[in-house]
Design a binder for this molecule. Sequence first.
Ligand code: FMN
Length: 323
Amino acid sequence: MAGLLDPLEVKGLTFRNRIVMPPMQTGRATVKGAVTDRLVSFYVRRSTALGLLIVEHCYVSSSGKLSPKQLGIYDDELIGGLERLSGRIHAAGTPVVVQITHAGGVANREVIGAEPVGPSATGKTRELTRSEIEALVEDFAVAAERAIKAGFDGVELHGAHGFLLNQFFSPLLNKRGDEYGGSLENRMRFPLMVVEEVRKRVKGRLLLYRLGADDLAPNGTQIESSVAFAVKLEQRGVDVVDVSGGLCGSEPKQLRNVKGYFVPQAYEIKKAVRVPVVGVGGITEAEYADMLVRDGKVDLVAVGRAFWKDPKWAEKAVEALKA
Ligand SMILES: Cc1cc2nc3c(=O)[nH]c(=O)nc-3n(C[C@H](O)[C@H](O)[C@H](O)COP(=O)(O)O)c2cc1C
């Protein structure tokens, strides 16, 4: 069985090892969502010795913005800055994709200057019409094209943490009575439409899906439906399934110190698909990450907060495991 330091080839692209830097919002973009020098330097400092870098979530349209200095990919004018970012990461020999997202019902009302939209009305949110849903598919697709123009090796669709794609999939957040809500098949419909269209537009480049596999709540998404969804994602051409969960933003507070907290869900999904699967959650030690890969629990290991704290995390992990 391969270990953390073994390379992995995905779609003709070689990841030098199995270490992934997961998307982490830095709050370092301009108020218009453009790349800044500070943002580039954050990534450049962490770009060595890892297999794949996933740039933080970028909003695909202005209605889907979460925070004031979030990175954007909603306009062609942003391509130049994004190209500079991908180029600097590639200079370290590291493949890089960018995560694209829409915050849906949890978009920031003050920031977007309008009522947030989601699958269902919640009091704070207006329900999307069918034609708006179709327009959002196009927003994701055009954003993915921008990512490719900007030199990225592909995109990751953000289908976790309670944002728009996850809002449609979660039975807790999707209360629609039409073909986009209700049954599992209906709740998968919008995310799969996005996958299908983005797959066409990124052509042979990488398409990752970050799957909110467990809402960590009664009556929320359970692993059985996530396994079924992952199989559909693979059938529609997703190249890597990145397994996360929880509905409240980036990390579930109750689990933050549990070692490997979304690995069990990743393992269930890995057993059902042939494409590589990323595991994440509270992973800080190289030896433990290596064991997860060797034991066949996951194919790739994402290290978030530990990497944020220590930009040399991957270099040190490689040294430690070689020794
Ligand atoms: C500051 C911060 C920002 C994050 N931003 C994103 C993001 O933009 N997209 C995403 O999918 N996850 C985001 N996450 C979640 C991480 O990718 C990761 O799944 C989570 O931190 C758990 O991994 P860890 O325990 O190694 O930190 C963020 C996490 C943190 C701490």
